[in-house]
Design a protein. Structure first.
Length: 325
């Protein structure tokens, strides 16, 4: 089976063709704001201007008649962006007379990384711009064991970075500055059971910049926020008695977060996995591959139910392709 996947939830417009065995091709067009963070209307305009070219690029590598399904990111994400991608996916599916499948963006991050790491049943730490969740598969769903109570860690990093005068995306710049720090500054550490909160640490970091070097603030910000995530992941491993931890989502490219999770897993005899950065960031291959899994198990999306779903949660998805409990 060959499936065309279209990703477009926030900043990266991506199209990809995936077979049962490999990613056949991929094309991307990233929206980079001139100032501030992501502007939904501007991002959607970028998608509308570039989506035909991105799709043509991947279709030029194969006979369109070999495509057996069209998958698209249905949510969660920015509504204007999701609508552009959804409209294109519907048009292509109707033109080719193939099934359409709306894919949950969060589940797609997990599935492409399970595929590339060959993991069967890990605890998943999913960290991206707007999402921060710890998940575990159970009875045909990805159950959310813990999540942010306010903003996602990616948006948290970007919001702090903007206040420090750093351009978007701010996460990588905070990571680089943190490597030059000299000392740790106390920051709010908020873990409530299996959930965590990041809004307070942004305010504290903004205040700390008035009297401390930016490098020290970046380091302290990262150490505190990531420690909160590590604590909840360790508790999830303990409570579920699972032995594998998988890192998913764009913030997962942060080397310091990977190191902290590696140390924690080693200390408790668990295994830690993080795929290549190309699969951590938003990409069309993850949508195509998850769409392939869904179509292979009889799941598709009628046109009437294919509207954008900006608040689409991963635990709403019926996961039929994983065997076991």
């Amino acid at each position: 089976m060959i499936v065309l996947g279209l990703e477009g939830t926030a900043w990266n417009l991506s199209a990809s063709l995936v077979s049962d065995d490999e990613v056949l091709c991929e094309a991307n067009s990233a929206y980079i704001p001139t100032s501030g963070g992501i502007h939904p209307r501007e991002a959607a305009q970028h998608f509308a201007s570039n989506i035909i070219g991105v799709i043509r690029e991947v279709l030029s590598s194969t006979d369109p008649r070999s495509i057996e399904g069209v998958a698209f990111s249905q949510g969660p994400g920015l509504g204007p962006c999701l609508r552009i991608v959804g409209t294109a996916a519907r048009a292509i599916a109707l033109r080719l007379s193939v099934p359409l499948v709306g894919v949950n963006h969060c589940v797609a991050h997990i599935e492409i990384e399970r595929w590339k790491t060959d993991l069967s049943d890990p605890i998943v730490l999913y960290v991206s711009g707007a999402n921060s969740q710890v998940l575990s598969y159970r009875q045909k769903r990805y159950r959310i064991l813990g999540e942010t109570l306010d903003i996602g860690i990616g948006n948290c990093l970007d919001k702090f970075a903007r206040s420090a005068g750093l351009s978007h995306p701010g996460g990588p710049k905070v990571e680089r500055l943190a490597q030059e720090a000299q000392r740790y500054l106390s920051m709010p550490y908020v873990v409530k059971g299996m959930d965590f909160s990041f809004s307070g640490i942004v305010t504290a970091a903004q205040e700390a910049m008035k009297s401390a070097p930016l490098e020290d603030v970046c380091y302290s910000f990262q150490e505190t926020a990531f420690s909160m995530l590590v604590e909840v992941c360790e508790r999830a491993l303990s409570q579920t008695d699972k032995s594998d931890l998988l890192l998913a989502g764009g913030v997962g490219a942060n080397k310091r977060l990977q190191k902290m999770l590696t140390v924690m897993c080693a200390e408790r005899g668990a295994r830690f996995f993080a795929p290549k950065s190309e699969y951590l960031q938003d990409n069309g291959a993850m949508i195509a591959y998850t769409g392939l899994l869904m179509l292979s198990h009889g799941l598709h999306t009628p046109i009437s139910a294919s509207g954008a779903n900006p608040n689409f949660r991963p635990d709403e998805v019926e996961v039929l392709w994983i065997k076991g409990s």
